[in-house]
Design a protein around this ligand. Structure first.
Ligand code: GLN
Length: 487
């Protein structure tokens, strides 16, 4: 089979179960494709580990103990800790770090039978929107290698788009699954906050961080999401005590009568006309499928930028204090005393964006500024969540663009971090509210670059979102397009 790298997770799982292909063959094919590290998507690969897992999968497929996704490869964003691969979170401060345990998400996908292909490049500690903040170099967008893949799960999006992995994990704190999925023409979903365990997911902003799958279709995302979600209350204090759900079971519901809310704030001046045209095209498809478009308002959309860029750095400044050179990771070579060791280790180990956020976070939490910034931001965060609940009185799901533009050029915003922050405007509101959101391919915009449609659901409505995305993917073929040279 010459096109294994283009097959869906679902198709691969079937071929493996019916023994038309072995897990070792599949793993070997994908490992071969990662040779030379195309697009700088991977940070760690170990073919022996991958092949050993594939051999174990073949044994399970042979003796009837196979999991639902047995033998299907997956690669993990480098913020999930792994025992068998290095974990750096894209940071020099964790260079060469080996975790003594696997993150719950990693472990759950292993239990479902998935074979780990390796670890994927990302922005340092998931801070970024372009994957240019990785200490290990930027990732290239497979659709145009002079452009960014989006971030912070840029390696995940590029790997799936380039056929280096049929699926990948990502994390989304303020858009890091949805925006790179949009920029690379793939499908990704961030579940309701608390659905996926954060245990072993290196913390950036704990009240916002969520894990989720990135793949070519909603159908594949449903398979992975069913496997990776689940209660983990003993190990993650914010894990929801809810039973696992089979998200694939509800993928064939009609959209007749579905009310899709269109927030006017998502279609204002900042939205580039090419992105708007693609999003409008997808919305027309929904109308053809029987859905009804309802105008709604999310009045505090603009405030989500200052609110997020106060709360996320505040939490990051606390979370990142554990990287001090004492227990793990990089330690400065020459120092005079303990404090000097901390200072030098952190000065050498963190990149500019991480330092910028540690300083911002420490500032907004400090005595005298806490009330004016952090406390205010928390209050507005609550109002943003309330705005969504008001909107959901009028509609079932909310749709709009994922990002104001298509992927920009590598280096374009290099000296202007605020330009990257502003581009998060449409993904931050759902994150602040803890709502599930996804990106679904919706065609192409300027420079023939992919455009994603964002779908936002109410709490625990992942099944409804995935069904809405799947119905669109049954009616259109945007999600089946691949970058040149992949066939
Ligand atoms: N771009 C946002 C940030 O830099 C979101 C990142 C994320 O979701 N991890 O913080």
């Amino acid at each position: 089979m010459s096109d294994l790298h283009l097959l869906s997770v679902k198709a691969l799982a079937t071929l493996l179960k019916t023994k038309q292909v072995s897990a070792v063959e599949v793993a070997t094919r994908f490992l071969a494709r990662t040779g030379g590290n195309p697009h700088n998507a991977f940070l760690d690969i170990d073919s022996e580990v991958t092949l050993a897992q594939a051999r174990a999968s073949d044994a399970k497929l042979a003796d009837g103990t196979a999991g639902p996704l047995e033998g299907v490869p997956v690669a993990h964003k480098d913020v999930f800790v792994t025992r068998d691969f290095a974990t750096t979170a894209g940071s020099k401060i964790l260079s060469g770090y080996r975790s003594p345990f696997d993150a719950t998400v990693v472990q759950r996908l292993r239990t479902a039978g998935m074979v780990t292909l390796g670890k994927l490049n990302c922005d340092e500690f998931a801070m970024g929107s372009a994957n240019e903040n990785s200490a290990y170099g930027p990732v290239q967008n497979p659709w145009d290698t002079s452009r960014v893949p989006g971030g912070s799960s840029g390696g995940s999006a590029a790997a799936v788009a380039a056929g280096l992995a049929p699926a990948a994990t990502g994390t989304d704190t303020g858009g890091s699954i949805r925006q790179p999925a949009s920029f690379c023409g793939i499908t990704g979903i961030k579940p309701t906050y608390g659905r996926a365990s954060r245990y072993g997911m290196i913390a950036y902003a704990s009240s916002l961080d969520q894990a989720g799958p990135m793949a070519r279709s909603a159908e594949d995302c449903a398979l992975l999401l069913s496997a990776l979600c689940g209660a983990d209350v003993d190990r993650d204090a914010t894990s929801l005590d809810m039973p696992t759900e089979d998200f694939s079971a509800s993928l064939n519901q009609t959209l007749e009568g579905l009310r899709i809310g269109i927030p006017k704030e998502f279609f204002g001046e900042g939205l580039h006309p090419d992105v708007r045209a693609a999003v409008d095209g997808a919305l027309r498809e929904y109308e053809k499928l029987g859905a009804q478009l309802v105008p709604i308002s999310l009045p505090r959309t603009e405030l989500s930028i200052p609110v997020y860029y106060i709360i996320a750095p505040a939490e990051a400044s606390s979370n990142l204090s554990r990287f001090d050179g004492v227990k793990f990771g990089h330690r400065a070579k020459d120092y005079t005393d303990l404090v000097d060791m901390y200072k030098k280790t952190r000065a050498e180990g963190f990149g500019n964006e991480a330092k910028r956020r540690i300083m911002t976070g420490a500032y907004v939490l400090s005595h005298g500024y806490y009330d004016a910034y952090y406390l205010q931001a928390q209050k507005i965060r609550r109002m943003i969540a309330d705005d969504f609940q008001n909107a959901f009185k009028q509609c079932d799901v909310i749709a709009g663009p994922v990002a104001p533009s298509v992927a920009w050029k590598l280096g374009e915003n290099a000296n202007d971090p605020v330009a990257d922050y502003l581009a998060d405007i449409f993904t931050l509101p759902a994150s602040l509210a803890g709502l599930p959101g996804m990106s679904v391919p919706a065609g192409f915009g300027a420079h023939n670059m992919p455009v994603g449609l964002q779908l936002i659901g109410n709490y625990f409505k992942e099944a409804q979102l995935l069904n809405a995305a799947h119905q669109l993917q049954q009616a259109t073929d945007w999600h089946t397009r691949t970058p040149k040279g992949l066939q």
